[in-house]
Ligand binder design. Sequence first.
Ligand code: ATP
Length: 363
Amino acid sequence: VGKDGVRGKSLPITTRSLNKAYGAFVALKDIDLDIKSGEFMTLLGPSGSGKTTLLMVLAGFVRPDSGSVKFGDEEVIAKAPHERGIGMMFQNYALFPHMSVFANIAYPLKIRKWPKAKIATAVDEVLATVQLTGYQSRRISQLSGGQKQRVALARAIVFKPQILLMDEPLSALDKNLRETMQVELRAMHERLGLTTVLVTHDQREALTMSDRVAVLRNGEIAQIDSPAALYNAPRTAFIAEFIGESSLLSVSLRDGACFYRDQPIDVADNTGGASGLLILRPEKLEFDNAQRRRPDRNYFFGSLERVLFQGESSLAFVRLAGGELVTVRRHLNEANHEDFPAVGSPIVLSLHKNESRVVRDDR
Ligand code: ATP
């Protein structure tokens, strides 16, 4: 029991060769996942990529066609959801609106036939954890969206689960509340140390909250890495486009050198093979001038097509001589909106060689 009194024993999750098909449609293909004890793992991917199916397999609501799911050393594939010791939290909370906060949180304990006194203590403790002390007798219908979310979390963790599974728990909230709850959930995770698996299609949410992110595509794990590694070193064009913004330039490899059209490019990393794509992140491109040439940078030439003012930063769209449209982000303290050259002006862009990465075109 940790300082909140709610800390359970958290378990690692291991899956091996998980496969699931719906008729001819393959929803999960050979999924091997190693989630560490206490880790916050996010399953991210486009609609239909298999995130929810994978989470439901972990929860026990979907039976895979083959493969193994272990919590710690224990194979759980044959176990029903309620026998797996997991807490679950969903998008629509599934709270009972006309019942009190207490009754909602006590529900999973009643099902488990806990004695009354023990239930009262556990509910008190978990209410303190989610910062809702004093709300016991409120009805759910009298709570704000963020408070409902915290009740749903309290109910998911009140029986001291060893694993917490969440499916788009914040997607019903408006943007500001969603961002507040992301911070709260992350802080809660750090206090409780529960092995947590979150499903989201929101890449920003995944980057904000997770220790690691598994990006799913067509039922397979396309890349699994820390948020920073996914952003800074995407392994394929799909990941580069899915995580953050990027413009991609076709490059070719000749005699061991990399070329964009006929211009040699110095690259830090090339996993693209003979013809790959150079990733240009909008915030890593700089406006340069025609006179200055720094040896540690690659240069691109074009003309300014459009500038969008976005508050703390502006987006500039530059049409390269080769025809590609490249997006550049400038922060106001670096380049005031008014400082942009006139639309149509010639532009020189530069990118540091260490930031010049070529990846495989798997789009
Ligand atoms: P979303 O973000 O849209 O929820 P997801 O990544 O969570 O997508 P899943 O819900 O896991 O995707 O679904 C993966 C694929 O499997 C989808 O194409 C879906 O239509 C299909 N699928 C899911 N459940 C069933 C089912 N019971 N019967 C048939 N097909 C299903």
